[in-house]
Each structure stands twice: as C-alpha cells, then as structure tokens.
Design a protein around this ligand. Structure first.
Ligand SMILES: NC(=O)c1ccc[n+]([C@@H]2O[C@H](COP(=O)([O-])OP(=O)(O)OC[C@H]3O[C@@H](n4cnc5c(N)ncnc54)[C@H](OP(=O)(O)O)[C@@H]3O)[C@@H](O)[C@H]2O)c1
Length: 423
C-alpha cells in the first residue's frame, strides 16, 4: 500500500471561506487521500480576534502573527483575509519565500493579479485563484485547461449572486428592490455596503479576470462598461415578464472586430435563454468556443463550502503537481469599441400619459423605430404615470442621442430606464 504524502497548509483568515476550508478538509481528508495520495493538515491559522468562536477549528492553531503562518514550514499559503491590504503584502511575502499561494480574493486579483502572477512565475511557484470567480463553479480551470484548445468567442454570465438574488425576489415575490436588498443582506449574501454588488463593480472585476484568461493578456478594468441595477423597479420586472423576458444583471465579453468588448448591465433575457432560469444567489457562465460550441456552467457562486471547494481544488492540484505555472501574457488585449445594435426596453416617468406621442416622435426622429408602446396611468396621487417602449434594434450612440433629446422635452418627472433586450 502506498503511503500518503503530507502537505501542510498555512491559512491566512478564518472567516466564512476559511472556516469552510477547515470544515471541508476535516470532513473529506480521507477521500482526498484516497483520490490524490495527499494528506492535508494545517500548520497555523491567522485571525484578528483570538477570542471569536470558530466551531470545528483547533484553537491551538490560531495566531495573530502573519509570520507564524507564512514562515512556519507550510507548503502552501492560503490567503482568505480579503481586501487589498494587508492581503497583498501577505501574498508577496509568501511568494518571496517561494511558497505556493492560493487565494479567493477577486478584488486584489482585479487590481494586482498580473503583478502577483508574474512574481509567482519568477519564483517558480504556483498561484491558484479558482475561488475568486463564481466560487464553487470550476470556470477558471475550464478556461485554463479544459477549453485551452478553443478560441473563445464570448463569455456571458451572471457573476454577482447578490444582484441575481434581488432580481429573483423582485420577480417571484413581488418584493421592491430595497426590501429584496435588505433580505439579501440579512441572509449574508450582500455586503453592508452593497455598492460593489448592485452598481456592477463586483461583476466587472470577475469579468475582467475571466476575460484575461480567455483572451490571454491584460485588460484594464476601466474598459468594462458598467451599469447597475438600482433603477430597476417592480414595474420593469413585471413588464419584462409580460413581454416574455426575465430581467438579469448580465456580464458579457465578446471578441469582435479584432478586439474584446466588455460590459456589465441589466438586460431583458428571453425566458428560454439559459441564464434566464438562474435563480437566487446562483451564478452561471455561458462560454462560446470555436471548437466546443456553447457550454454552460451553473452553480453556487458564493458561500462558505462552495468557495472552500474551489480553494481545496487548487490546493490539491498544486500538491499533486498537476499543473504548469499559470501565465498571463504581458500584452494588452485589444479592446473593441463595438457598438452592437440591440432592441431596447425604455420606461419614462411622466406627468401625463399623453406624453407617449411626443416621445414616440422624438425617438423616431432619431431613427429609433418603436415596436410596442404603452402608457400607464398612475393609480394613486402618489404614483407616477409611465410610458414604456420596446424599440427596434439601435446602437448605443443613437439611443444616447435620442434619450438626451427626450430629456429636453420637459415631460419627464424622474429618471428613465433603458435596458437591452438580449436575443
Ligand atoms: N464569502 C464568500 O462567499 C466568498 C466567495 C468567493 C470569494 N470570497 C473571497 O474570499 C475572501 C475571504 O472572504 P470571507 O467572506 O471569508 O471573509 P471574512 O468572513 O470577512 O473573513 C476574513 C478573515 O480574515 C481575518 N482578517 C481580516 N483582516 C485581517 C487582518 N488585518 N489580519 C489578520 N486577519 C484578518 C478575519 O479575522 P477575524 O475572524 O478574527 O475577524 C477573518 O477570519 C475574500 O477575498 C472574498 O472576496 C468570498
């Protein structure tokens, strides 16, 4: 019988994901040994507060000294502290000491991933980050290895569980945006400050990471066009449903005209679209490759054990020497300013529903044909009347000009909403 090889983990951070990792290693240690021949153990675990309750975690392993983790004979340093600093310094120190590193830190990767990966390559150590995008879904592994023989045409995903949870609750329970957000916070999906989630930045960071792997080079976060979901009302979700669509926050990257265009935006997806049926806090990614065609990945995009599952897969891969050094080329991926035409859903809050005629004329004067239009009368004095349109396909530039013209008509009583209809 062959003996298992011992592999020692130095763990930085024992919060949601860190505790999940300890639980999963303890639960499946035997299974991992059988499958990989690796016997995992923890050397030390860094926390801020030694007194905090951490069920299932051996208190003797806890420390508040980062060096007791990084320089304590471990084989791999796992960073699950989060944020930019001190996480970045911890990782740099680990890499300088020629330790393999695994992290789930998408914010740090979006800001500094290239420099950290480069440092890992120059130190000849591994750098795993599977848990940073879509947690439990092995999408990074799929792009790096399973689909390595494909030229990637596009990536379309639901990458932010909080937004998807909010939009699902709005559609299923008729819950207004603020109540659905509060519920997501209560369940621990959304941050106390939900800006990164609902304004689209979290999904943009993840899209950037996936796109850099898919198209093999560097992409500036600023090139992602970002629109949040704050302005979406129950009324929009309901109108979309009546038209046969679901409102989703979609992250989309597409290679066209020699470059990649990237955006995060709310969109109306036909009910038959695979992303339209992704519910609650789940994530999903649809990948189109030139050889494989369309592939669909779906699963839990956050949470203690799903995230720990991805961290553990990196650790076991590294321990089993299963991968070559991860590289991202220094070249900048060309970014296309492709302004693709889409049909749009438009909603304007107005004083008088009769504004529908003037707004239709303004849209048509800008070359935007109207497929459907409806005027909705306010039911109570505190409500607003609305006019809504589904337009024919138009480019963003044309739409911008038309919307700015509508804004000058003196008819609007608040912010308008303009959403893409994705085919
Ligand atoms: N939560 C998820 O579902 C999820 C999913 C995918 C990726 N991620 C990523 O995983 C990482 C960890 O997230 P999390 O949700 O597990 O965070 P968390 O629950 O806030 O845990 C953070 C841990 O780091 C420790 N810590 C924080 N600052 C520290 C410092 N300055 N010095 C020493 N220890 C420090 C905390 O110690 P105390 O416990 O003593 O406070 C805690 O144990 C983040 O990068 C996050 O983006 C999370």
């Amino acid at each position: 019988m062959s003996t298992a090889r011992h592999y020692k983990i130095g763990l930085l951070g024992c919060g949601t994901v860190g505790q999940g990792l300890v639980e999963l290693v303890n639960r499946n240690r035997g299974l991992i040994r059988e499958r990989s021949g690796i016997e995992l153990s923890f050397t030390k675990i860094l926390v801020r507060d030694l007194a905090k309750k951490r069920p299932g975690v051996d208190r003797n392993l806890l420390t508040i000294q980062p060096d007791h983790v990084i320089n304590n004979g471990c084989d791999v340093v796992v960073e699950l502290v989060g944020g930019l600093e001190p996480a970045r310094s911890f990782i740099q120190r680990a890499l300088s000491g020629r330790k393999h590193v695994v992290t789930a830190n998408k914010a740090l990767l979006a800001a500094d991933g290239f420099a950290l990966l480069n440092k890992a390559v120059s130190q000849r150590v591994q750098f795993g980050f599977e848990a940073s995008v879509c947690a439990g879904i092995p999408i990074i592994r799929a792009l790096q290895s399973g689909l390595v023989g494909n030229s990637i045409r596009s990536l379309t995903g639901i990458l932010n569980g909080t937004c998807n949870y909010i939009l699902t609750r709005m559609a299923d329970a008729g819950m207004p945006f603020v109540d659905a957000l509060r519920e997501a916070q209560g369940k621990g999906f959304a941050e106390a400050d939900p800006t990164l989630d609902v304004d689209g930045y979290d999904a943009a960071q993840k899209l950037k990471i996936l796109a850099e792997i898919a198209w093999g080079g560097r992409i500036a976060l600023e090139t992602v066009q970002i629109e949040g979901i704050r302005n979406i009302t129950l009324d929009d979700v309901d109108s979309a449903r009546k038209l046969g669509y679901a409102v989703k926050q979609v992250a989309h990257a597409e290679f066209n005209d020699g470059g990649v265009s990237l955006s995060v935006h709310p969109a109306l997806l036909p009910m038959a679209h695979p992303l339209a049926s992704v519910r609650d806090e789940n994530n999903a990614v649809q990948v189109k490759g030139d050889a494989v065609g369309e592939m669909f990945f779906h699963g839990k995009g956050a949470g203690s054990l799903p995230s720990a599952s991805a961290v553990l897969s990196d650790i076991v891969d590294i321990a089993s020497h299963k991968r070559s050094l991860t590289r991202i080329s220094a070249r900048a991926v060309p970014v296309a300013g492709a302004d693709l035409p889409y049909q749009r859903y438009l909603r304007f809050p107005v004083g008088e529903p009769s504004a529908i005629g003037k707004i239709t004329s303004a849209l048509e004067r800008q070359g935007i044909g109207v497929d459907r239009a409806a005027a909705i009368w306010a039911k109570t004095s505190s409500e607003q009347s609305q006019v809504k349109f589904v337009t024919q396909s138009c480019q963003a530039d044309t739409l911008r000009a038309a919307l700015s013209m509508v804004s000058t008509l003196g008819l609007l009583q608040g912010d308008y909403v303009a959403l893409r209809l994705a085919a």
